[in-house]
Structure formats: C-alpha cells, structure tokens
Design a protein around this ligand. Structure first.
Ligand SMILES: *[C@@H]1O[C@H](CO)[C@@H](O)[C@H](O)[C@H]1NC(C)=O
Ligand SMILES: *[C@@H]1O[C@H](CO)[C@@H](O)[C@H](O)[C@H]1NC(C)=O
Ligand SMILES: *[C@@H]1O[C@H](CO)[C@@H](O)[C@H](O)[C@H]1NC(C)=O
Ligand SMILES: *[C@@H]1O[C@H](CO)[C@@H](O)[C@H](O)[C@H]1NC(C)=O
Length: 438
C-alpha cells in the first residue's frame, strides 16, 4: 500500500467514531432467482454534440481495451467508467431502503458506491445519492478477520484503522477506495416484483479521485467472474440480460430485466466460455455481411496464445476487432450502403448521412460466427445513430497493434439475450426484443 494512502486512512481512522466489533451475519432465505430493472442512462442525460459523443464512445472503448490488455498479468484493476454510456441497474440498499443507480460492469468485481461521508467525492455539489451506513439498521462492516477481507482482490485489511477496505485504480488514472460493508439489497423488476438479499458485500467510497468520474456515476455493480464479485457471493450459477435500445435508437420501453439464478433465460445456441479468472471470454471465428462470409483467416481473431479471445463487455460501447477484420468490414459495407458518406476530421470512423429509417433500409445485417454459435446482428445494432439523429456510424473499431482481446461491445449487444451458464461454462446468445422481457 502506498504511503499516501496509508496517511489518508490514518486520518480517516482518527476521524471516524468507534464502531462495534462487526460480525458477518448469516444469509438466510437466499432466493433461487430474481429479476432486476436495467436501462440505458442516455434517457436521462443531455445529449452531447453528435460526433463528439461518438468519438467519446470510441475513446472510452479504447481505454477499456487497454485495460483488458494489461489485465492478464497484473492484479485485477478497475476499468474506466462512463456516466452516460454504461447500462444501469436500479436497486435499493439498506433499511429503510434508499434507491441507487449503479453502472453495470461485467469487467470488474467490486460493487461500490459513494459514501455519505466521502472525503474526496465524485460530486458533492450535485447531491449525488450516497450511502449512509449509520442510517441503515441492516448495515454492518466486514471484519478484518473475515476471509471475505481478502488481500488478493483489491479488498484488504487496513492495519492502521483495522478495517476492511477496498481500493480500485482505474486505467484512466482515476480511483476509488473505502470501507467494505454488508447490507441488504432490494432488487425491483419492471413488473414491480421485488426480492431482498441480505448481507450483500460492497464498498462505500470515502476517496474518489476528484473531477475524474462523470458526475452522473453513483457507483458500480461488479458482475465479473472474479470469486469476489456479486455473482460469486451468492453462488448464482446463471444470469442473463438483454440490453434494451440506446436512447437514440429506441421506439419502445427503455427498460429491461437482468435475470439471476433460476430466473435466467438460457435460450438459443451456446458457445464455450473460455477459462479466465476475471472476464467472460469466448471465441470469435469469422464475420458475415448480408449472409456472405468475409474472406478472413480465422487465426486473426485468435490473439492470445493461439486461443480465441473475445471479451463480452457491457461497459465497452463499441465492438473492437482486429485491424484486418475491420478493414474488410468497411471495404464490404461501403459499396452496399447507398447513403452520402460523412468524413470526420482525423478519424477513421465509418459514418453516413442518415437516420434510423435509412439504417433499416440501407444497412445490411451481420453475422458474428462464434465457436458453435452464429449470432445475427440486425442493422439497428450495427450502427450508432448520432444524438442529433442526422448521421449514423459503424459501432465497430479497429484494435490497433499488439492487442490481446477482441471486445463484443454493448451497442452490438442491444436486443440480444445473453445468458451465462457458469456451471457448464457456456454462453447462450439469441436475438430478442428486450423490452418484451418482463
Ligand atoms: C478522444 O481522444 C483523443 C486522443 O486522446 C482526444 O484528442 C479527443 O479530445 C478525445 N475526444 C473525445 C470526444 O473525448
Ligand atoms: C494471495 O497471493 C499470494 C501470492 O500471489 C498467494 O501466495 C496467496 O495464496 C494468495 N492468497 C489467497 C487468499 O488467494
Ligand atoms: C487517487 O488519485 C488521486 C489523483 O486523482 C491521487 O492523488 C491519489 O493518490 C490516488 N489514490 C490512490 C489510493 O492511489
Ligand atoms: C442453432 O444452430 C443451428 C445450426 O447452425 C441452427 O440451425 C439453429 O437455427 C440454431 N438455433 C437457434 C435457436 O438459433
């Protein structure tokens, strides 16, 4: 631990009042499955300038890619977060319950949100929702002596304050650290049913690098494969989600449900989930456009030790593929799409002048050939409509050089049911209208 951080914790330990010796409670009545409401935050944020917003998405996606690249050998660190691009899960924490909206992240494991007594905060001025353990009768701290306070997963005992703390350093230099708590989480589904989970483990952030996080972020819901993530804590063997439309592509309800445990919908064909400590990784072998397979050597997708390596990530908007594959996709699409091409300065984005209706008419469909699973991508999930609805851009990006992973990003994942079977190590994917998933 760095000395600067030790100093901060010492101050914190002095500032905070004496707390009773915590103990890890029992977790009775764990439901076998439940539903939770998710949505895309674009509905509630001001749209930014059209091409800037798309460029911001690409920047964000590339930052996430850097993270995945560096993550193989190092301690798991956090991915970059975004305020208006990441999908959100809605839940209540504590008793009496307070509602929060956390960024869903299949690429990180610590669930955390800003604490009311934060010393450096995400945003104090905007009265961001923040957690107050003292106002919740069901709140407990995790003891340093509990095996949950595990040094190898960014969760460890702070010797100065003798409290279980977490620290996450994000790729873009931002960070979040605080105290580990247990409290009850209430998940509400779109159909108004709800479920209460007791003693869920999460972090209350006392330090967040100031000015580095988007002010709309309340915290993170960690869904990675790490043994300390939410999924592992409750030993749910399955979960599934279907990402509803981005705001500028939506014509229906913006909401959908994320399904856990026995509620998960394992529908359609499946592909093998490759062994990995942290991420959900599958094997991509090829791409077809309008039913015609692009001439690409399957080995170009297999980046790491000859193994296929495509991370399924909810936190990366744009799908990232090898340069050769990207160039081939562009070469194939350009003559097919009879719309005026739009060139942005200093950018290799593929954009055309047009809106949603033009997209349905001119953009071809695509098939991603995963090992044992051909996934159909409709035109509306392949391109992104600018926020002013006058241009559309391909939601794919070349990865650059020396990369280890492809990323199957969130825009292409829209309206696809994606189910994770952690027992059989399989991922099921099939097209679906997410808004109908109630
Ligand atoms: C994207 O990144 C480039 C290079 O780092 C930077 O110059 C540009 O301002 C960024 N654009 C947006 C919209 O974030
Ligand atoms: C933590 O990591 C060290 C060194 O990598 C290892 O020896 C130890 O067994 C690990 N502890 C746990 C609880 O995984
Ligand atoms: C977090 O980032 C800030 C700068 O944004 C830095 O001053 C601080 O030392 C970092 N904290 C840790 C624990 O790395
Ligand atoms: C599963 O894959 C087979 C073979 O490609 C295909 O015929 C079938 O339609 C697929 N099933 C679903 C539900 O997509």
């Amino acid at each position: 631990m760095g000395s600067a951080k030790k100093f901060l914790w010492l101050i914190f330990a002095l500032m905070s009042s004496c707390l009773e010796e915590p103990s890890l409670g029992e977790s009775p009545n764990v439901p076998s499955g439940f539903k939770a409401k998710i949505y895309h935050p674009g509905y509630y944020t001001q749209p930014s300038f059209a091409h800037d917003h798309f460029q911001a998405m690409i920047n964000h996606s590339i930052n996430r890619l850097h993270h995945f690249n560096n993550a193989l050998t190092e301690e798991p660190i956090g991915l970059v977060l975004s305020g208006d691009m990441d999908y959100i899960i809605e839940l209540d924490i504590g008793k009496p319950p307070v509602t929060y909206h956390l960024n869903i992240d299949t690429g990180s494991h610590v669930t955390w949100l800003q604490h009311k007594d934060c010393i450096t905060c995400i945003d104090k001025t905007k009265n961001a929702a923040s957690y107050d353990d003292k106002s919740s009768s069901t709140a407990k701290e995790i003891s340093c002596y509990d095996e949950e306070c595990d040094e190898n997963n960014s969760i460890e005992c702070d010797d100065y304050s003798d409290r279980c703390t977490y620290t996450i350093n994000y790729v873009d230099g931002s960070n979040s650290s605080g105290i580990m708590y247990l409290d009850q989480f209430t998940f509400l589904s779109i159909d108004e049913s709800y479920v209460v989970l007791e003693n869920v483990r999460f972090g209350g952030a006392f330090y967040c690098s100031e000015g580095k996080f988007h002010h709309d972020i309340q915290g993170v819901f960690g869904l990675s494969r790490n043994r300390r993530s939410f999924i592992s804590q409750y030993e749910f063997k399955q979960f599934s989600y279907c990402l509803p439309d981005y705001k500028n592509m939506a014509e229906q309800s913006p909401y959908s449900n994320m399904l856990f445990g026995t509620e998960a919908q394992l529908a359609g064909n499946s592909t093998a989930m490759l062994p990995h400590q942290e991420y959900y990784v599958i094997s991509l072998n090829g791409i077809s456009v309008r039913g015609i397979r692009l001439e690409l050597d399957p080995s170009i997708f297999k980046l790491s030790n000859g193994r296929g390596a495509t991370v399924i990530d909810t936190g990366t908007p744009v799908t990232v593929i090898p340069n050769k594959a990207y160039n081939k996709v562009v070469e194939t699409l350009v003559p097919m799409i009879k719309l005026p091409r739009v060139f942005y300065r200093n950018s290799d984005k593929l954009c055309f002048n047009g809106g949603l209706k033009d997209m349905d008419k001119h953009v071809p469909d695509m098939t991603l050939h995963f090992e044992g699973l051909d996934l159909h991508i409709i035109p509306r999930s392949l391109f992104y409509v600018s926020t002013d609805k006058v241009n559309i851009c391909l939601a794919m990006q070349p990865m650059g050089y020396n990369r280890k992973y492809n990323i199957f990003g969130a825009i292409l994942q829209q309206n696809i049911n994606i189910a994770f079977d952690l027992k059989e190590n399989k991922i099921f994917m099939s097209p679906m209208t997410c808004a109908s998933l109630i």
